[in-house]
Design a protein around this ligand. Structure first.
Ligand code: AMP
Length: 223
């Protein structure tokens, strides 16, 4: 099962991708996490990516595409994968179409004001990228309690430090929202035209969302 998770930055798609992936037995492939771990390891690729990431800009297509292409050829992708943060440009989408078949695109939606509040409260593991959140949102039928690690500041999955990402500032987050709508909306329009898109409004925490998403995927795959 090959899925693309779409949605504005901060809508929670990374969290859902990792949990839905674990339930379906397929890896979550986050190009953002891949660039961050390359940067943490100070590789040439990481240093290059960091030049763009620090300003919330997209890493050039050729670099991103070759990294992704290599990743989806690995053994753990034989049963499928969830792409999180890829494709982000028309060029990336066309290459993806050439190298693999995508079964479904899951499109998450969430009010921008809530996205901003949530995004500023986002924390992640500096090593494995697992995501947490310190915001407590409960309004307009949307209930999102904080998502905290069991031990404060320590990742549940790998025991490394939980931190706020350097690129999670108001200006950069707003910039990423604007960039998302500008660059990614045409991709969504294309996928919608091909009837590959299932819309999923974000209404609650992961334990509410994950079964909902799996249901949408199972029904979508059968259609
Ligand atoms: P994310 O964690 O998905 O928000 O990504 C963090 C940063 O990584 C982005 O702001 C970009 O600088 C870079 N990045 C992630 N995915 C892509 C992509 N598909 N194309 C270009 N740059 C990307």
């Amino acid at each position: 099962m090959r899925l693309v998770f779409f949605g504005p930055p901060g809508c929670g798609k990374g969290t859902y991708a990792s949990r839905v992936g674990a339930r379906l037995g397929i890896p979550q492939i986050s190009t953002g996490d891949m660039f961050r771990s390359e940067a943490a390891a100070n590789t040439e690729l990481g240093k290059l990516a960091q030049l763009y990431m620090k300003d919330g800009k997209l890493v050039p297509d050729d670099v991103t595409i070759s990294m992704l292409r290599e990743r989806i050829q690995k053994d753990d992708c034989k049963k499928g994968f969830i792409l999180d943060g890829f494709p982000r440009t028309i060029a990336q989408m066309h290459v993806l179409e050439r190298i693999t078949h995508i079964d479904l695109v899951i499109n998450f939606s969430l009010d921008e004001e809530i996205i901003m509040e949530k995004a500023l409260a986002r924390r992640c593991c500096e090593k494995c990228g697992d995501i947490y959140n310190v915001a407590d949102i409960n309004r307009n039928g949307i209930h999102m309690p904080p998502l905290l690690p069991k031990k404060e500041g320590i990742c549940d999955k790998c025991g490394s430090r939980v931190i706020q990402r350097k690129d999670d500032t108001y200006e950069i987050i707003k910039g990423r929202q604007d960039l998302y709508w500008k660059q990614s909306e045409p991709l969504l329009a294309y996928y919608k035209k091909k009837e590959m898109v299932k819309d999923v409004p974000v209404i609650g925490p992961p334990d509410v969302m994950v079964p909902m998403i799996i249901d949408v995927i199972n029904k979508g795959i059968k259609e």
